[in-house]
Design a protein around this ligand. Structure first.
Ligand code: GDD
Ligand code: MG
Length: 346
């Protein structure tokens, strides 16, 4: 059993965070994001993992290494040009003709993959998708399945009329179990999308195509800043369980500073007297000066928050300088190396 993680997208919706850091390794509670997926795969006994890359591949390879540190074997394959989700799978899995778990590289889940693997085998399925119920399916692939789990319809990014017609709210969760027969539907080296090309083709050919609906498992696409921030809040309030959070012991927190018990700080953070940090994640080397407030926010490594600055519900990139008395308000997303002059309001 092997896995392919599709991690070649540009992460445009996560800009500016993805300008210098490709989406697969954006820090989530101070760990490169893909480590959560690697852990889920490893728990299901899947150690042979290929990362299908296209955008900033060297940075991803440098950060993750060969996987031995995480108990898996990582292989990196970079497309000469983006081949789409289906084309990338063929490019990465071609010579390994075996059952493969394919993951979209931006979904955060604690799903026990062994359940979908058993389901896939029981059904004799050629392709099995995990589905999740969501309130608003418009930005996903809408999937209709029958009571037996057979997939009846797949509509990527459904339009209002599609939503009226299909009274379902189950979407493609970006977790697939595929038999090698699926490789043969994708011409080698050509651009193909699972969602627009391959899945419709599977249905057209009436191959066994099944859905496994996630229930209480945590699931989220972290591909937008709002979702990325919510993922952090879900970690801090325990909504997502099963992953160990690393709280550094090497921090310098003034006795007259308040850091609540939910917040996670990386190594070498400095929190000065009168500062307050709550429900937030601070990367390594972040400085929060006197009387500054950081609430419900994510601050990447080596950023400095000056005296009496006020940061709420925001994401701030690496090595930023936030001046004195600056106000960063809800929904702000600042790219790496942003410098805000004293008293700026964003
Ligand atoms: N290697 C490679 N090459 N990877 C790619 C390419 C490519 O050309 N294009 C996209 N990817 C990767 C992205 O990096 C991402 O991890 C994954 O494929 C899905 O792409 P997104 O751009 O994040 O798609 P989406 O979020 O709009 O929609 C997809 O995910 C939803 C669930 O989160 C679809 O699969 C929907 O059907 C699904 O509901
Ligand atoms: Mg996505």
């Amino acid at each position: 059993m092997q896995a392919v993680i599709l991690a070649g997208g540009k992460g445009t919706r996560l800009r500016p965070l993805t300008v210098y850091t490709p989406k697969p390794i954006v820090p989530v509670v101070n760990r490169p994001f893909l480590l959560y997926q690697i852990e889920v795969l490893r728990r299901a006994g899947i150690k042979n993992i290929t990362l299908s890359l296209s955008y900033q591949p060297d940075k991803i390879e440098d950060v993750l290494g060969d996987g031995s540190e995480y108990g898996v074997e990582l292989r990196f394959i970079t497309e000469p040009n983006p081949l789409g989700t289906g084309g990338a799978y063929r490019f990465a899995a071609d010579e390994l003709r075996e059952t493969t778990v394919v993951l979209n590289g931006d979904i955060l889940t604690d799903f026990d993959l062994s359940t979908i693997l058993s389901f896939h085998r029981e059904k004799g399925s050629a392709a099995t998708l995990a589905l999740k119920s969501v309130e608003d399916p418009r930005t996903y692939g809408l999937v209709e399945s029958d009571t037996d789990g057979r997939i009846l319809r797949f509509i990527e990014k459904p339009k209002p009329e599609d939503l009226d017609e299909l009274a379902v709210n189950t979407i493609n969760a970006g977790i697939y179990v595929l038999e090698p027969a699926i490789l043969d539907l994708i011409p080698k080296g050509e651009n193909r999308s699972f969602e627009y090309d391959v899945f419709p083709e599977i249905m057209g050919r009436k191959m066994p195509f099944f859905a496994y609906v996630l229930d209480s498992e945590y699931w989220r696409d972290i591909g937008t800043p709002a979702s990325y921030l919510t993922a952090h809040h879900d970690f801090l309030d325990g909504t997502i369980k099963g992953f160990e959070l690393e709280r550094s012991q090497h921090t310098d927190i003034a006795t007259a500073a308040i850091v609540d018990s939910r917040s996670v700080l990386g190594d070498d953070c400095v929190i000065k007297p009168g500062a307050r940090v709550s429900n937030s994640v601070l990367g390594p080397g972040v400085h929060v000066e006197e009387k500054a407030v950081v609430e419900n926010s994510v601050i990447w490594a080596h950023t400095r928050i000056s005296t009496a600055a006020d940061i709420r519900d925001a994401v701030i990139g690496r090595s930023c300088h936030i001046g004195r008395n600056v106000v960063v308000s809800a929904g702000s997303v600042l790219g790496d190396k942003t410098a805000l002059t004293d008293y700026t309001k964003v």
